[in-house]
Design a protein around this ligand. Structure first.
Ligand code: A3P
Length: 317
């Protein structure tokens, strides 16, 4: 069982907290609702450890997303953008040495999983972390930190399909698409509701566009060069004119493409600390794959939910 599903090593405080939280069981394990978001027990412990112990630095960068929205891609792009600033290194180097999830660990399921005071000395500035927590939980220990947050959002129908493939290979669940669809629509799954996750960062980005950059998977696919330039500017490392002219932007886009990353040896044979094969983060990477998997009725229902939940927010799908 992956560690974040286990309940046997929770702190006494978390055990007490858990006993008062709304709970239900899905095909993988128990979920608990904390600050409006559903977590497996150890992830919740990680969230609490993070809230208690994270000490932000001004230069920190946090990459946020709902699972299966393009997290791996965003991590690779960020790593490559920052790495190119260092003299004598080519950005390929780091990405060949480890999977983007090894290079940019999750706060709640990795860095703070076991402790509220992890040793972060191996991270040099700017430190890059990631999270699937909604913004209202992420911001708890950030106070007035100027650290930068990048959120990647993807349409819920492709997220559903991607999640289904991921869960069926990783957890070996016999879950059918229909039941995962129902759970997502009801807002009853890991890190759900999707719309609360998306809206928390969307609103945050409207309030403070200097702190939160809101990116969309579909736009990254349709205009990668423009989106990578936007990301670089937000992170404070824009491409120079020289780089634009010598094709560096397109090279970076190509380096971080699904084809390039999934072909790297580390991603073909490597495994994450929780035994998850790195290859499971790369599948099709297409927009609209849901058309091959969802019935028109399922599509309609998701469209209606999205319309209702995002109504008045300014967010369009
Ligand atoms: P599909 O299952 O639709 O193919 P996450 O990284 O948040 O777990 O999301 C995984 C999804 O992003 C998968 O979608 C995966 O194929 C896709 N993906 C991974 N790396 C990518 C890349 N470099 N470019 C585009 N999509 C990528």
């Amino acid at each position: 069982l992956p560690q974040y599903l286990r309940e046997d090593n929770l702190s006494e405080e978390t055990k007490t907290l858990i006993s008062s939280l709304p709970t239900f069981k899905d095909s993988v394990g128990n979920l608990y609702n904390y600050r409006g978001c559903w977590y497996y027990p150890n992830t919740l412990q990680g969230v609490i450890n993070y809230e208690k112990g994270f000490k932000p630095q001004e230069t920190d960068i946090i990459l946020a997303s709902f699972p299966k929205s393009g997290t791996t891609w965003l991590k690779a792009l960020t790593v490559a953008l920052l790495e190119r600033l260092k003299n004598d290194t080519c950005p390929d180097h780091l990405l060949q040495s480890d999977n983007p999830h090894g290079l940019v660990p999750f706060l709640e399921t990795s860095v703070f999983l076991n402790s509220s005071t992890p040793d972060l000395s191996k991270f040099s500035s700017p430190r890059v972390f990631s999270t699937h927590m909604p913004f209202h939980s992420l911001r708890v220990p950030l106070e007035n930190s100027p650290c930068k947050i990048v959120y990647v959002c993807r349409n819920m129908k492709d997220v559903l399909v991607s999640l289904w493939y991921f869960r069926s290979t990783y957890f070996n669940t016999k879950e059918d698409m229909e039941s995962l669809f129902e759970s997502l629509c009801e807002g009853l799954s890991f890190y759900a509701p999707v719309w609360e996750n998306v809206l928390s960062y969307w609103r945050g980005s409207l309030e403070d566009p200097k702190q939160i950059l809101f990116m969309r998977y579909e736009e990254m696919k349709s205009e990668p060069t423009a989106q990578v330039k936007r990301l670089a500017e937000f992170l404070g490392c824009p491409f120079t004119e020289e780089e634009e002219e010598d094709g560096s932007v397109d090279k970076l886009v190509e380096l971080c493409s699904l084809r390039s990353l999934s072909g790297m040896e580390i991603n073909k044979s490597g495994k994450a600390f929780n035994n998850l094969p790195y290859s499971s983060f790369f599948r099709k990477g297409e927009v609209g794959d849901f058309k091959n998997h969802l019935t028109p009725e399922m599509e309609n229902k998701i469209d209606m939910i999205i319309q209702e939940k995002y109504n008045g927010s300014g967010l369009k799908f």
